[in-house]
Design a binder for this molecule. Sequence first.
Ligand code: NAD
Ligand code: UGA
Length: 459
Amino acid sequence: MIVSIIGTGYVGLVTGACLASRGHRVRCVDISRERVDAIRAGRVPFYEPGLEALLEDGLASGRLSATSDLAAAISGSEVSIIAVGTPAKGDKPDLSYVQAAAAQIGAALRSHRGYHVVAVKSTVAPGTTSSLVKNTIEAESGLSAGRFGLCMNPEFLREGCAVEDFMNPDRIVIGQWDSRAGDCAEALYDSFECPKLRMSLEEAELTKYASNSLLSTLISYSNELAALCEATPGADIDTVFQGLHLDRRLNPIQGSGRVNPEILAYLRAGIGFGGSCLPKDVNALRVYGQSKGIPVPVLDAVMSTNLRRPEQIVNLAERALDGLPGKTIALLGLAFKAGTDDLRTSPALSILSLLKSRGARVRGYDRMISAQAASTLHLDHYTGDLEGALDSADAAVLTLADPTLAQLDWGRLAARMRSPVLIDGRNALRGVPLPEAVRYYPIGRGGLFPEPASAANPA
Ligand code: NAD
Ligand code: UGA
Protein backbone atom coordinates (compact mmCIF):
# COMPACT_ATOMS: atom_id res chain seq x y z
CA MET A 1 0.00 0.00 0.00
CA ILE A 2 1.04 3.63 -0.36
CA VAL A 3 1.07 5.34 3.05
CA SER A 4 1.82 8.87 4.21
CA ILE A 5 2.98 9.33 7.78
CA ILE A 6 2.46 12.83 9.16
CA GLY A 7 5.04 13.56 11.86
CA THR A 8 8.40 11.79 12.10
CA GLY A 9 9.04 11.66 15.83
CA TYR A 10 9.50 8.43 17.77
CA VAL A 11 6.13 7.08 16.66
CA GLY A 12 5.98 8.40 13.09
CA LEU A 13 9.48 7.45 12.01
CA VAL A 14 9.36 4.02 13.65
CA THR A 15 5.96 3.36 12.03
CA GLY A 16 7.23 4.54 8.65
CA ALA A 17 10.46 2.57 8.69
CA CYS A 18 8.76 -0.61 9.97
CA LEU A 19 5.91 -0.44 7.44
CA ALA A 20 8.43 0.13 4.63
CA SER A 21 10.34 -2.95 5.80
CA ARG A 22 7.09 -4.92 5.36
CA GLY A 23 6.79 -3.87 1.73
CA HIS A 24 4.63 -0.73 1.89
CA ARG A 25 5.63 2.43 0.07
CA VAL A 26 5.94 5.02 2.81
CA ARG A 27 6.16 8.78 2.51
CA CYS A 28 7.24 10.44 5.74
CA VAL A 29 6.14 14.05 6.18
CA ASP A 30 7.40 16.58 8.71
CA ILE A 31 7.12 20.34 9.05
CA SER A 32 10.69 20.39 10.30
CA ARG A 33 13.00 20.73 7.27
CA GLU A 34 15.91 19.77 9.47
CA ARG A 35 14.18 16.47 10.31
CA VAL A 36 13.31 15.78 6.69
CA ASP A 37 16.91 16.43 5.63
CA ALA A 38 18.23 14.15 8.38
CA ILE A 39 15.87 11.33 7.36
CA ARG A 40 16.79 11.70 3.70
CA ALA A 41 20.44 11.41 4.71
CA GLY A 42 19.65 8.23 6.66
CA ARG A 43 20.15 9.87 10.06
CA VAL A 44 17.68 9.22 12.89
CA PRO A 45 17.23 12.48 14.81
CA PHE A 46 16.97 10.67 18.19
CA TYR A 47 18.29 7.50 19.80
CA GLU A 48 16.31 4.38 18.96
CA PRO A 49 18.09 1.02 18.55
CA GLY A 50 17.66 -0.64 15.16
CA LEU A 51 15.93 2.32 13.55
CA GLU A 52 18.87 3.65 11.55
CA ALA A 53 19.40 0.28 9.82
CA LEU A 54 15.70 0.06 8.91
CA LEU A 55 15.74 3.64 7.67
CA GLU A 56 18.77 2.97 5.47
CA ASP A 57 17.11 -0.15 4.04
CA GLY A 58 13.91 1.76 3.36
CA LEU A 59 15.74 4.59 1.59
CA ALA A 60 17.93 2.20 -0.42
CA SER A 61 14.94 0.13 -1.56
CA GLY A 62 13.10 3.29 -2.60
CA ARG A 63 10.16 2.26 -0.41
CA LEU A 64 10.71 5.07 2.08
CA SER A 65 11.01 8.77 1.34
CA ALA A 66 10.74 12.00 3.33
CA THR A 67 9.26 15.35 2.43
CA SER A 68 7.81 18.47 3.97
CA ASP A 69 5.21 18.69 1.19
CA LEU A 70 2.16 17.00 2.71
CA ALA A 71 -0.09 17.48 -0.32
CA ALA A 72 2.46 15.80 -2.60
CA ALA A 73 2.85 12.92 -0.15
CA ILE A 74 -0.88 12.32 0.05
CA SER A 75 -1.37 12.45 -3.68
CA GLY A 76 -1.95 8.88 -4.87
CA SER A 77 -1.64 7.40 -1.38
CA GLU A 78 -4.30 5.18 0.20
CA VAL A 79 -3.77 5.88 3.89
CA SER A 80 -2.38 8.75 5.89
CA ILE A 81 -1.39 8.26 9.50
CA ILE A 82 -1.35 11.25 11.84
CA ALA A 83 1.58 10.79 14.25
CA VAL A 84 2.22 14.37 15.36
CA GLY A 85 2.84 15.27 18.99
CA THR A 86 0.10 15.91 21.54
CA PRO A 87 2.23 17.50 24.28
CA ALA A 88 0.79 18.54 27.61
CA LYS A 89 -0.66 22.04 27.79
CA GLY A 90 -1.40 22.37 31.47
CA ASP A 91 -3.28 19.16 32.29
CA LYS A 92 -4.74 18.84 28.78
CA PRO A 93 -3.17 17.54 25.58
CA ASP A 94 -2.37 20.27 23.07
CA LEU A 95 -4.36 19.22 20.01
CA SER A 96 -3.21 22.06 17.79
CA TYR A 97 -0.71 19.85 15.89
CA VAL A 98 -3.36 17.19 15.27
CA GLN A 99 -5.81 19.84 14.10
CA ALA A 100 -3.23 21.43 11.79
CA ALA A 101 -2.34 18.03 10.30
CA ALA A 102 -6.04 17.19 9.82
CA ALA A 103 -6.60 20.55 8.10
CA GLN A 104 -3.67 19.98 5.73
CA ILE A 105 -4.85 16.45 4.94
CA GLY A 106 -8.39 17.74 4.36
CA ALA A 107 -7.13 20.42 1.98
CA ALA A 108 -5.08 17.81 0.10
CA LEU A 109 -8.11 15.52 -0.17
CA ARG A 110 -10.00 18.20 -2.13
CA SER A 111 -8.10 17.21 -5.25
CA HIS A 112 -7.53 13.57 -4.28
CA ARG A 113 -8.98 10.84 -6.46
CA GLY A 114 -10.15 7.61 -4.89
CA TYR A 115 -10.86 6.49 -1.37
CA HIS A 116 -8.39 7.63 1.29
CA VAL A 117 -8.24 6.64 4.96
CA VAL A 118 -6.99 8.99 7.66
CA ALA A 119 -5.80 7.10 10.74
CA VAL A 120 -5.01 8.97 13.95
CA LYS A 121 -2.05 7.36 15.73
CA SER A 122 -1.34 10.31 18.02
CA THR A 123 -2.76 9.76 21.51
CA VAL A 124 -5.96 11.80 21.80
CA ALA A 125 -8.85 12.03 24.27
CA PRO A 126 -12.09 10.13 23.63
CA GLY A 127 -14.19 11.93 21.06
CA THR A 128 -11.30 13.82 19.42
CA THR A 129 -11.22 11.74 16.24
CA SER A 130 -14.98 11.77 15.68
CA SER A 131 -15.26 15.50 16.40
CA LEU A 132 -12.12 17.65 15.96
CA VAL A 133 -10.39 15.47 13.37
CA LYS A 134 -13.51 14.51 11.40
CA ASN A 135 -14.97 18.02 11.41
CA THR A 136 -11.68 19.58 10.35
CA ILE A 137 -11.17 17.15 7.46
CA GLU A 138 -14.79 17.55 6.37
CA ALA A 139 -14.56 21.35 6.43
CA GLU A 140 -11.29 21.44 4.48
CA SER A 141 -12.05 18.67 1.98
CA GLY A 142 -15.72 19.31 1.31
CA LEU A 143 -16.24 15.54 1.76
CA SER A 144 -18.30 13.93 4.48
CA ALA A 145 -16.94 11.05 6.57
CA GLY A 146 -17.61 7.83 4.74
CA ARG A 147 -16.42 9.34 1.45
CA PHE A 148 -13.05 9.39 3.15
CA GLY A 149 -12.15 6.78 5.79
CA LEU A 150 -11.50 7.63 9.41
CA CYS A 151 -9.71 5.43 11.96
CA MET A 152 -8.03 5.72 15.34
CA ASN A 153 -5.06 3.37 15.53
CA PRO A 154 -3.23 3.95 18.84
CA GLU A 155 0.42 3.03 19.27
CA PHE A 156 1.77 1.04 22.23
CA LEU A 157 5.53 1.07 21.54
CA ARG A 158 8.07 1.92 24.23
CA GLU A 159 11.03 4.20 23.63
CA GLY A 160 14.31 2.32 23.59
CA CYS A 161 12.67 -0.83 22.15
CA ALA A 162 10.30 0.88 19.74
CA VAL A 163 11.33 -1.06 16.62
CA GLU A 164 11.12 -4.38 18.46
CA ASP A 165 7.69 -3.44 19.87
CA PHE A 166 6.35 -2.30 16.50
CA MET A 167 7.60 -5.35 14.62
CA ASN A 168 6.29 -7.77 17.26
CA PRO A 169 3.06 -6.16 18.45
CA ASP A 170 1.04 -7.74 21.24
CA ARG A 171 -2.14 -6.27 19.72
CA ILE A 172 -3.22 -3.88 17.02
CA VAL A 173 -6.16 -1.70 17.89
CA ILE A 174 -8.23 -0.17 15.11
CA GLY A 175 -11.05 2.18 15.98
CA GLN A 176 -13.18 2.73 12.90
CA TRP A 177 -15.75 5.21 11.62
CA ASP A 178 -17.10 2.41 9.42
CA SER A 179 -15.96 -1.06 8.41
CA ARG A 180 -14.63 0.06 5.03
CA ALA A 181 -12.16 2.37 6.78
CA GLY A 182 -11.29 -0.34 9.31
CA ASP A 183 -10.68 -2.93 6.56
CA CYS A 184 -8.34 -0.58 4.77
CA ALA A 185 -6.38 0.29 7.95
CA GLU A 186 -6.18 -3.37 8.94
CA ALA A 187 -4.76 -4.30 5.53
CA LEU A 188 -1.68 -2.25 6.44
CA TYR A 189 -0.95 -4.78 9.15
CA ASP A 190 -1.60 -7.96 7.13
CA SER A 191 1.94 -9.20 7.70
CA PHE A 192 1.80 -8.72 11.49
CA GLU A 193 0.81 -11.76 13.57
CA CYS A 194 -1.21 -10.68 16.60
CA PRO A 195 -4.80 -10.11 17.69
CA LYS A 196 -6.30 -7.23 15.71
CA LEU A 197 -9.13 -5.58 17.53
CA ARG A 198 -11.77 -3.56 15.72
CA MET A 199 -13.77 -1.14 17.80
CA SER A 200 -15.32 2.32 17.85
CA LEU A 201 -13.12 5.39 17.53
CA GLU A 202 -13.85 6.30 21.16
CA GLU A 203 -13.02 2.80 22.43
CA ALA A 204 -9.66 2.92 20.63
CA GLU A 205 -8.89 6.32 22.17
CA LEU A 206 -9.87 5.02 25.60
CA THR A 207 -7.90 1.78 25.21
CA LYS A 208 -4.71 3.80 24.75
CA TYR A 209 -5.35 5.96 27.81
CA ALA A 210 -6.43 2.92 29.82
CA SER A 211 -3.15 1.18 28.99
CA ASN A 212 -0.87 4.05 30.01
CA SER A 213 -2.99 4.79 33.08
CA LEU A 214 -2.70 1.19 34.26
CA LEU A 215 1.10 1.29 33.98
CA SER A 216 1.15 4.60 35.85
CA THR A 217 -1.15 3.23 38.54
CA LEU A 218 1.11 0.23 39.14
CA ILE A 219 4.13 2.51 39.42
CA SER A 220 2.47 4.89 41.87
CA TYR A 221 1.13 1.96 43.89
CA SER A 222 4.67 0.55 44.05
CA ASN A 223 6.13 3.88 45.10
CA GLU A 224 3.47 4.37 47.74
CA LEU A 225 4.36 0.94 49.16
CA ALA A 226 8.05 1.87 48.97
CA ALA A 227 7.39 5.04 50.99
CA LEU A 228 5.51 2.98 53.58
CA CYS A 229 8.46 0.59 53.86
CA GLU A 230 10.85 3.53 54.17
CA ALA A 231 8.86 4.62 57.24
CA THR A 232 8.83 1.11 58.74
CA PRO A 233 11.99 -0.13 60.45
CA GLY A 234 12.55 -3.76 59.53
CA ALA A 235 10.66 -3.50 56.23
CA ASP A 236 12.20 -3.77 52.79
CA ILE A 237 10.21 -3.18 49.60
CA ASP A 238 12.20 -5.74 47.61
CA THR A 239 11.25 -8.49 50.05
CA VAL A 240 7.62 -7.34 50.09
CA PHE A 241 7.58 -7.40 46.28
CA GLN A 242 9.13 -10.87 46.23
CA GLY A 243 6.13 -12.03 48.19
CA LEU A 244 3.73 -10.09 45.98
CA HIS A 245 5.24 -11.11 42.64
CA LEU A 246 4.90 -14.82 43.44
CA ASP A 247 1.12 -14.57 43.59
CA ARG A 248 0.17 -17.03 40.82
CA ARG A 249 -2.39 -14.56 39.50
CA LEU A 250 0.40 -12.09 38.77
CA ASN A 251 3.08 -14.60 37.90
CA PRO A 252 1.57 -17.89 36.68
CA ILE A 253 3.27 -21.18 37.45
CA GLN A 254 4.50 -22.99 34.33
CA GLY A 255 5.91 -26.45 34.90
CA SER A 256 8.46 -26.02 37.67
CA GLY A 257 9.08 -22.36 36.87
CA ARG A 258 7.32 -19.06 36.49
CA VAL A 259 6.21 -17.01 33.50
CA ASN A 260 7.60 -13.73 34.93
CA PRO A 261 5.34 -11.43 32.90
CA GLU A 262 6.86 -8.12 31.83
CA ILE A 263 4.14 -6.24 33.68
CA LEU A 264 5.96 -7.11 36.94
CA ALA A 265 8.60 -4.55 35.89
CA TYR A 266 6.01 -1.89 36.72
CA LEU A 267 5.60 -3.28 40.24
CA ARG A 268 8.96 -2.02 41.46
CA ALA A 269 10.06 0.90 43.56
CA GLY A 270 11.58 3.85 41.72
CA ILE A 271 11.77 7.61 41.41
CA GLY A 272 8.36 7.99 39.75
CA PHE A 273 7.25 7.78 36.16
CA GLY A 274 8.03 10.33 33.50
CA GLY A 275 8.53 10.60 29.77
CA SER A 276 6.51 12.21 27.06
CA CYS A 277 3.40 10.09 27.60
CA LEU A 278 2.55 8.54 30.95
CA PRO A 279 2.12 11.79 32.95
CA LYS A 280 0.44 13.60 30.05
CA ASP A 281 -1.97 10.75 29.36
CA VAL A 282 -3.03 10.22 32.98
CA ASN A 283 -3.67 13.95 33.26
CA ALA A 284 -5.61 13.98 30.01
CA LEU A 285 -7.86 11.17 31.25
CA ARG A 286 -8.41 13.05 34.52
CA VAL A 287 -9.43 16.18 32.64
CA TYR A 288 -11.69 14.09 30.40
CA GLY A 289 -13.36 12.64 33.52
CA GLN A 290 -13.85 16.13 34.93
CA SER A 291 -15.38 17.33 31.65
CA LYS A 292 -17.91 14.49 31.93
CA GLY A 293 -18.56 15.09 35.64
CA ILE A 294 -17.08 11.69 36.50
CA PRO A 295 -14.81 11.67 39.56
CA VAL A 296 -11.51 9.86 38.91
CA PRO A 297 -9.89 9.77 42.40
CA VAL A 298 -7.66 6.82 41.50
CA LEU A 299 -6.07 8.79 38.66
CA ASP A 300 -5.83 11.90 40.86
CA ALA A 301 -3.92 9.86 43.45
CA VAL A 302 -1.67 8.27 40.80
CA MET A 303 -0.51 11.76 39.79
CA SER A 304 -0.12 13.17 43.29
CA THR A 305 1.86 10.13 44.47
CA ASN A 306 4.05 10.51 41.41
CA LEU A 307 4.66 14.20 42.05
CA ARG A 308 5.74 13.42 45.63
CA ARG A 309 8.25 10.71 44.72
CA PRO A 310 11.23 12.85 43.60
CA GLU A 311 10.93 14.77 46.85
CA GLN A 312 11.12 11.53 48.85
CA ILE A 313 14.36 10.67 47.04
CA VAL A 314 15.81 14.11 47.78
CA ASN A 315 14.75 13.78 51.44
CA LEU A 316 16.73 10.54 51.56
CA ALA A 317 19.82 12.34 50.21
CA GLU A 318 19.30 15.19 52.67
CA ARG A 319 19.14 12.85 55.64
CA ALA A 320 22.08 10.78 54.44
CA LEU A 321 24.25 13.90 54.12
CA ASP A 322 22.87 15.70 57.14
CA GLY A 323 21.76 18.64 54.99
CA LEU A 324 22.31 19.62 51.38
CA PRO A 325 23.58 23.22 51.37
CA GLY A 326 27.08 23.39 49.87
CA LYS A 327 27.16 19.67 49.06
CA THR A 328 28.14 18.40 45.62
CA ILE A 329 25.82 15.74 44.27
CA ALA A 330 26.54 13.56 41.24
CA LEU A 331 23.22 12.95 39.54
CA LEU A 332 23.77 9.72 37.63
CA GLY A 333 21.06 9.62 34.95
CA LEU A 334 19.10 12.49 33.44
CA ALA A 335 16.80 10.87 30.85
CA PHE A 336 13.33 9.73 31.93
CA LYS A 337 14.41 6.08 31.89
CA ALA A 338 17.39 3.92 30.98
CA GLY A 339 18.07 3.22 27.30
CA THR A 340 16.82 6.52 25.89
CA ASP A 341 18.08 10.06 25.40
CA ASP A 342 14.60 11.53 25.94
CA LEU A 343 14.56 14.18 28.65
CA ARG A 344 10.85 14.99 28.39
CA THR A 345 9.21 15.10 31.87
CA SER A 346 12.12 13.23 33.37
CA PRO A 347 11.74 12.67 37.14
CA ALA A 348 15.55 13.00 37.35
CA LEU A 349 15.09 16.64 36.38
CA SER A 350 12.59 17.13 39.23
CA ILE A 351 15.24 15.67 41.53
CA LEU A 352 17.76 18.09 40.02
CA SER A 353 15.66 21.16 40.72
CA LEU A 354 14.80 20.02 44.26
CA LEU A 355 18.48 19.38 45.05
CA LYS A 356 19.37 22.82 43.76
CA SER A 357 16.54 24.54 45.61
CA ARG A 358 17.91 22.99 48.81
CA GLY A 359 21.38 24.42 48.22
CA ALA A 360 23.27 21.51 46.60
CA ARG A 361 25.57 21.82 43.60
CA VAL A 362 24.62 19.24 41.01
CA ARG A 363 26.89 17.53 38.53
CA GLY A 364 24.97 15.61 35.90
CA TYR A 365 26.01 12.47 34.07
CA ASP A 366 24.15 10.47 31.45
CA ARG A 367 25.93 8.46 28.79
CA MET A 368 22.97 8.77 26.41
CA ILE A 369 22.62 12.56 26.50
CA SER A 370 24.52 14.94 24.23
CA ALA A 371 26.39 17.85 25.79
CA GLN A 372 24.14 20.15 23.76
CA ALA A 373 20.95 18.66 25.28
CA ALA A 374 22.52 18.81 28.75
CA SER A 375 23.35 22.51 28.26
CA THR A 376 19.61 23.28 28.38
CA LEU A 377 19.38 21.89 31.93
CA HIS A 378 20.11 23.79 35.13
CA LEU A 379 23.11 21.70 36.04
CA ASP A 380 26.18 23.22 37.66
CA HIS A 381 28.24 20.94 35.50
CA TYR A 382 27.62 18.20 32.94
CA THR A 383 29.92 15.37 32.01
CA GLY A 384 29.59 12.30 29.85
CA ASP A 385 32.26 10.69 32.03
CA LEU A 386 31.07 8.80 35.09
CA GLU A 387 34.37 9.05 36.95
CA GLY A 388 34.50 12.80 36.36
CA ALA A 389 30.98 13.15 37.75
CA LEU A 390 31.96 11.33 40.93
CA ASP A 391 35.24 13.17 41.56
CA SER A 392 35.05 14.78 45.02
CA ALA A 393 31.26 14.39 45.14
CA ASP A 394 29.59 14.23 48.54
CA ALA A 395 27.00 11.78 47.25
CA ALA A 396 25.73 10.16 44.09
CA VAL A 397 22.03 9.81 43.30
CA LEU A 398 21.30 6.96 40.87
CA THR A 399 18.15 7.52 38.86
CA LEU A 400 18.19 4.84 36.17
CA ALA A 401 17.25 1.16 36.27
CA ASP A 402 20.31 0.46 34.15
CA PRO A 403 21.60 -3.12 34.58
CA THR A 404 25.13 -2.08 33.53
CA LEU A 405 25.44 -0.07 36.77
CA ALA A 406 25.71 -3.31 38.72
CA GLN A 407 28.75 -4.38 36.67
CA LEU A 408 30.86 -1.33 37.54
CA ASP A 409 33.73 -1.38 40.01
CA TRP A 410 32.09 0.62 42.78
CA GLY A 411 35.11 0.26 45.04
CA ARG A 412 37.23 2.20 42.54
CA LEU A 413 34.44 4.66 41.72
CA ALA A 414 33.56 5.37 45.35
CA ALA A 415 37.23 6.05 46.10
CA ARG A 416 37.00 9.15 43.88
CA MET A 417 34.24 10.66 45.99
CA ARG A 418 34.73 13.02 48.93
CA SER A 419 32.27 10.87 50.87
CA PRO A 420 31.13 7.58 49.33
CA VAL A 421 27.38 8.00 49.78
CA LEU A 422 25.18 6.24 47.21
CA ILE A 423 21.45 7.00 47.03
CA ASP A 424 19.96 4.31 44.82
CA GLY A 425 16.72 5.68 43.34
CA ARG A 426 16.03 2.46 41.41
CA ASN A 427 17.62 -0.15 43.66
CA ALA A 428 19.95 -0.86 40.74
CA LEU A 429 22.81 -1.86 43.06
CA ARG A 430 20.83 -4.09 45.38
CA GLY A 431 22.76 -7.29 45.95
CA VAL A 432 25.97 -5.85 44.48
CA PRO A 433 28.90 -6.30 46.89
CA LEU A 434 30.06 -2.80 47.85
CA PRO A 435 33.17 -1.87 49.85
CA GLU A 436 32.55 -1.33 53.54
CA ALA A 437 33.38 2.37 53.28
CA VAL A 438 30.40 2.96 51.00
CA ARG A 439 27.29 4.25 52.73
CA TYR A 440 24.56 2.74 50.60
CA TYR A 441 20.97 4.03 50.79
CA PRO A 442 18.53 1.99 48.70
CA ILE A 443 14.93 3.08 48.37
CA GLY A 444 12.09 1.30 50.11
CA ARG A 445 14.08 0.13 53.11
CA GLY A 446 13.01 1.16 56.61
CA GLY A 447 15.33 1.84 59.52
CA LEU A 448 18.09 3.57 57.53
CA PHE A 449 18.14 6.43 60.02
CA PRO A 450 17.68 6.43 63.78
CA GLU A 451 14.00 6.97 64.67
CA PRO A 452 13.04 9.88 66.89
CA ALA A 453 12.45 8.48 70.40
CA SER A 454 8.67 9.09 70.28
CA ALA A 455 8.24 7.21 66.99
CA ALA A 456 10.59 4.32 67.82
CA ASN A 457 8.15 2.57 70.09
CA PRO A 458 4.60 3.20 68.89
CA ALA A 459 3.14 0.85 71.51
P1 NAD B 1 7.43 13.81 18.67
O1 NAD B 1 7.20 15.10 19.34
O2 NAD B 1 8.69 13.04 18.88
O3 NAD B 1 7.28 14.01 17.08
C1 NAD B 1 6.23 14.71 16.49
C2 NAD B 1 6.68 15.15 15.10
O4 NAD B 1 5.57 15.71 14.41
C3 NAD B 1 7.75 16.24 15.12
O5 NAD B 1 8.85 15.84 14.32
C4 NAD B 1 7.05 17.47 14.52
O6 NAD B 1 7.91 18.32 13.78
C5 NAD B 1 6.02 16.81 13.62
N1 NAD B 1 4.87 17.64 13.24
C6 NAD B 1 4.12 18.46 14.02
N2 NAD B 1 3.12 19.01 13.28
C7 NAD B 1 3.23 18.54 12.02
C8 NAD B 1 2.50 18.71 10.82
N3 NAD B 1 1.43 19.51 10.75
N4 NAD B 1 2.91 18.08 9.71
C9 NAD B 1 4.00 17.26 9.75
N5 NAD B 1 4.72 17.06 10.86
C10 NAD B 1 4.35 17.67 11.99
O7 NAD B 1 6.18 12.90 19.06
P2 NAD B 1 6.14 11.34 19.43
O8 NAD B 1 6.86 11.09 20.70
O9 NAD B 1 6.47 10.55 18.22
O10 NAD B 1 4.58 11.17 19.75
C11 NAD B 1 3.61 11.32 18.74
C12 NAD B 1 2.27 10.89 19.31
O11 NAD B 1 2.28 9.50 19.61
C13 NAD B 1 1.86 11.58 20.60
O12 NAD B 1 0.46 11.76 20.60
C14 NAD B 1 2.25 10.60 21.67
O13 NAD B 1 1.45 10.73 22.83
C15 NAD B 1 1.98 9.28 20.99
N6 NAD B 1 2.82 8.16 21.43
C16 NAD B 1 4.14 8.35 21.69
C17 NAD B 1 4.94 7.28 22.06
C18 NAD B 1 6.40 7.45 22.39
O14 NAD B 1 7.01 6.50 22.85
N7 NAD B 1 7.01 8.59 22.17
C19 NAD B 1 4.37 5.99 22.13
C20 NAD B 1 3.02 5.84 21.82
C21 NAD B 1 2.25 6.93 21.47
C1 UGA C 1 5.12 3.98 27.75
C2 UGA C 1 4.35 2.68 27.61
O1 UGA C 1 5.08 1.61 28.21
C3 UGA C 1 4.09 2.34 26.14
O2 UGA C 1 3.29 1.17 26.06
C4 UGA C 1 3.38 3.52 25.49
O3 UGA C 1 3.19 3.28 24.10
C5 UGA C 1 4.20 4.78 25.66
O4 UGA C 1 4.41 5.01 27.09
C6 UGA C 1 3.52 6.00 25.13
O5 UGA C 1 2.31 6.07 25.05
O6 UGA C 1 4.29 6.90 24.84
P1 UGA C 1 7.66 4.69 27.58
O7 UGA C 1 7.20 6.05 28.00
O8 UGA C 1 8.64 4.56 26.47
O9 UGA C 1 6.38 3.80 27.15
O10 UGA C 1 8.33 4.03 28.83
P2 UGA C 1 8.12 2.92 29.94
O11 UGA C 1 9.21 1.94 29.77
O12 UGA C 1 6.74 2.39 30.03
O13 UGA C 1 8.41 3.80 31.23
C7 UGA C 1 7.60 4.91 31.55
C8 UGA C 1 8.05 5.54 32.85
O14 UGA C 1 7.77 4.68 33.93
C9 UGA C 1 9.55 5.82 32.93
O15 UGA C 1 9.76 7.03 33.64
C10 UGA C 1 10.08 4.66 33.72
O16 UGA C 1 11.29 4.90 34.37
C11 UGA C 1 8.95 4.49 34.69
N1 UGA C 1 8.91 3.17 35.30
C12 UGA C 1 8.72 2.08 34.53
C13 UGA C 1 9.07 3.07 36.67
O17 UGA C 1 9.24 4.07 37.38
N2 UGA C 1 9.03 1.85 37.25
C14 UGA C 1 8.84 0.75 36.52
O18 UGA C 1 8.81 -0.33 37.14
C15 UGA C 1 8.68 0.85 35.13
